[in-house]
Design a protein around this ligand. Sequence first.
Ligand code: HXC
Length: 510
Amino acid sequence: MKDVIDALEAKREEARLGGGQDRIEKQHAKGKLTARERITMLLDEGSFEETDMFVEHRSHDFGMEKQRIPGDGVVTGFGTVNGRLVYVFSKDFTVFGGSLSKAQSEKIVKVQKAAVKNGAPVVGIFDAGGARIQEGVDSLAGYADIFMENVLSSGVIPQISVIMGPCAGGDVYSPAMTDFIFMVKDTSYMYVTGPDVVKTVTNEEVTHESLGGASVHAKKSGVADGAFENDIEALVQMRRLIDYLPLSNLESPPTRPSFDDPERVEPSLDTLIPDNPNTPYDMKELVEKTVDEGDFFEISPDFGANILCGFGRMEGSTVGIVANQPMTLAGVLDIDSSRKASRFVRFCDCFNIPIVTFVDVPGFMPGTKQEYGGLIKHGAKLLFAYAEATVPKVTVITRKAYGGAYDVMSSKHLRGDMNYAWPTAEIAVMGAKGAVEIIFRKDLGDEKKIAEHTKMYEDNFANPYVAARKGYIDDIIMPHSTRRRVCKALRTLRNKSLENPWKKHDNIPL
Ligand code: HXC
C-alpha cells in the first residue's frame, strides 16, 4: 500500500515540475511566476484542487511520442477567492511553450463546462506560444472547442483573462470573448500575427511590445481593460475584482459589510463645479466621495479616459459606475469612450449589477476622424446598451447634458429609474454659444447683442429647471447629499422587475 501511495506522490511531484527546473528558472529570470505559483497567488491559501494533472498529449508526429509531460502545458482546477468558488486554468509556458494541444484544450473545456454547470467565474491565465505546431489541425479544433464554450458562457458566468506572457495566434480569441482582459506591463503581449509576419506582409518593423504590449492594448486599442506592474499585483487585483462580481447571472450582486454611513454628506461637493463652465474638474472625486469607503475598481483607466467605468459599492452592494470625465477631452463622447462604456453597461446588465451614471457631457466629438471611424454606430452602441438594460439605473447630471449625449447617458427616456440633477446642471439641446449662433444668426458680428442673447439663453435654458418642469428629471438635489440620495434610490429599486420583449437576441450595432 505504501508503495502505491509513494508512487502517486512521485507522479504528482513530476507533474508539478512541468517542463523542468531549468525552464522554471528561465521563467523566473524573465520576472514571471510559474503557472502553479500564479494560481496559488490568485486563490485562497490551500483552496486549489487541481484536475487533470496526469493528462498527456496523444500526438505521434514529429517525434512527439517521446516527449510527453503530465499536465501538457496547462494547470486546471478550482478553488476559492475570499471563500467564493472560482474555476481557473493557467497556461504553463515551461511545457512546449504552453502551446495548445487537443488534450490541453479538453482540459480547458472541462473547466469551462464545470464553471457553467456550477455557476462560478472562470479565470484564464495566458502565457503561451499559440497552436501546438506539431498537432496541426487538432490544435485548431481544440481552439474552436474553447471558443464555443466562451460564447455559451458569455453572460452566464463572469469570464476573466489575465495575460502574463506571450498570447499569440489562436490564443488571443478566447480572451477576446471574455468579459475582461488584463495584462502585465513589459512581460506580456497579444497579437494575431507576430513581428516577423508583420514585416513580411506590411514591411513594418515592430517589436513584441510596440505591436501588442500592455502599452498598446490598455491605451490605444482598448483590447485590454487594464495593465499591472507585475504578476503579483495583477493577481491581487483580480481577487479584488472578483469580490465585486456575482458568481453567475442567477445571483444578485454580492454584498459585504460596509461601515460607511449611507447618510454621509459631503459638503466639499458643493464647490466641485467651477464657476467657468469650460473649466474641467475631476469626476473621480465625485465617484470616490459617493461610493462606500471611496473604494472604486476602475476598468480601462487609460483607454477612452473621457469616460470613467468601474465597480464600487453602495451600502455594501456592488454597483457599476459610468461617469463622463471633464478632465479628458471635456468629457465628450467619442468612439473609444462609447465602445468602452457600452461594453461595461452590458456587463452590468448581464450580471444584475445596478448602474449609477454621473453626467457631464458636452456632446459627441465632431470631426472626420470620428465620422470616418464610424462614430454613428459606436455612439449608438452606448445608446442601445443603456436602453436595453433592465437593471436599476440611477443618473445624476452634475453639469452639461447637451444634445444627443443627454439622451444617451441613462436619461429618463431610456428608462432611467431615478434621474437627478445638481442645481449646476445645464440640460439643453446645446451650449449657449452654439444655440445663439444659430437662433440669432442675423446678429452675428454685433458683440453686444450676441452677449445679451447668450445671457438670456444661459438664464432661461442652461439650467436643470426646464427639464425638471417636464418631469425629465425626478429631482434637483444638493451636491452634498448625492451619496444619501443615490443610496436611497438604489434601496427602493432592489426589487425592480422589468423585462424586454421576447427575442432570440437583439442586433446591437456592432
Ligand atoms: C510548439 C512551441 C510553440 C508552439 C513555443 N514552443 N511555441 N512548441 N508549438 N506554438 C516551444 C519552443 O519550441 C521552446 O521549446 C519553448 O516552447 C519556449 O519557446 P522559445 O521560443 O524558446 O521562447 P521565447 O524565446 O520566449 O519565445 C516565445 C514565442 C516563440 C515568441 C512565443 O516561442 C514563438 O514565436 N513561438 C511560435 C509562435 C507561433 O507562431 N505560434 C503559432 C501561431 S498560429 P524548448 O523545448 O526549446 O523549450 C496559431 C493558429 C491558431 O496559433 C488559430 C486558431 C484560431
